[in-house]
Design a protein around this ligand. Structure first.
Ligand code: GDP
Ligand code: MG
Length: 168
C-alpha cells in the first residue's frame, strides 16, 4: 500500500484560532495563551479513511499572516486548505475570499473547507448565520461551525478534507 500524505494549510486572519486548531487536532490540547508554533513548520496526525492510512501534515503560518512572501512559501505544494474566520471578528469573515484567492494563486483548486471558529462565543457573534452560509454557497465550500476550545467539529473538518482529497 502506498502511504498517502496530505499537506494541509490552515489560513485566515491573525487570532482566529489557526494555531489552536492545529494543536487541538494533532496534540489534543487547548491552551489559552498559545502564540507561536514551537520551532516547527507543521504538526501531523495519522487517520484511517476507508481502511487507508492517511497522514495529514498541518501547516501553520506562525503569526506572520501579513507577510505575503512568507505565506506563499507555506502554501507551496498544499493539497488541501482550511479557511478560518472567527465568530467575534467581522474583518476575519470579510477577508475569507482574499485568503482563498491567495491560496488558489499558489496551488490552484485544492479541496477546501470554510470554518467559523469560536462558536462557543455565539452570544458575542458579529456574523449572522445567513451571511456565513451565503458566503459558503457563493464560494462553493463545505461549511463547518467549530469550537477549538470546546473541541466541536475539529476532527470533522479534517476528515472531510481527507475524504475529499482521496475522492479527487
Ligand atoms: P491564530 O493567530 O489564528 O493562530 O490564533 P490562535 O490559535 O493563536 O488563537 C488566538 C486566540 O483565540 C487564543 O487566545 C486562543 O486561545 C483563542 N481561541 C482559539 N480557538 C478558540 C475557540 O474555539 N474559542 C475561544 N473562545 N477561543 C479560542
Ligand atoms: Mg497562529
Amino acid at each position: 500500500d502506498m502511504e498517502v500524505a496530505i499537506k494541509v494549510v490552515v489560513v485566515g486572519n491573525g487570532a482566529v484560532g489557526k494555531s489552536s486548531m492545529i494543536q487541538r487536532y494533532c496534540k489534543g490540547i487547548f491552551t489559552k495563551d498559545y502564540k507561536k508554533t514551537i520551532g516547527v513548520d507543521f504538526l501531523e496526525r495519522q487517520i484511517a479513511v476507508n481502511g487507508e492510512d492517511v497522514r495529514l501534515l498541518l501547516w501553520d503560518t506562525a503569526g506572520q499572516e501579513e507577510f505575503d512572501a512568507i505565506t506563499k512559501a507555506y502554501y507551496r505544494g498544499a493539497q488541501a486548505c482550511v479557511l478560518v474566520f472567527s465568530t467575534t471578528d467581522r474583518e476575519s469573515f470579510q477577508s475569507i475570499q482574499t485568503w482563498k484567492e491567495k491560496v488558489e494563486a499558489e496551488v490552484g483548486d485544492v479541496p477546501t473547507v470554510l470554518v467559523q471558529n469560536k462558536i462557543d462565543l455565539l452570544e458575542e457573534t458579529v456574523i449572522k448565520n445567513e451571511e456565513a452560509e451565503a458566503l459558503a454557497k457563493r464560494l462553493k465550500l463545505r461549511f463547518y461551525r467549530a469550537s477549538v476550545k470546546e473541541d466541536l467539529n475539529v476532527t470533522e473538518v479534517f476528515r472531510y478534507l481527507a475524504d475529499k482529497y482521496l475522492q479527487r
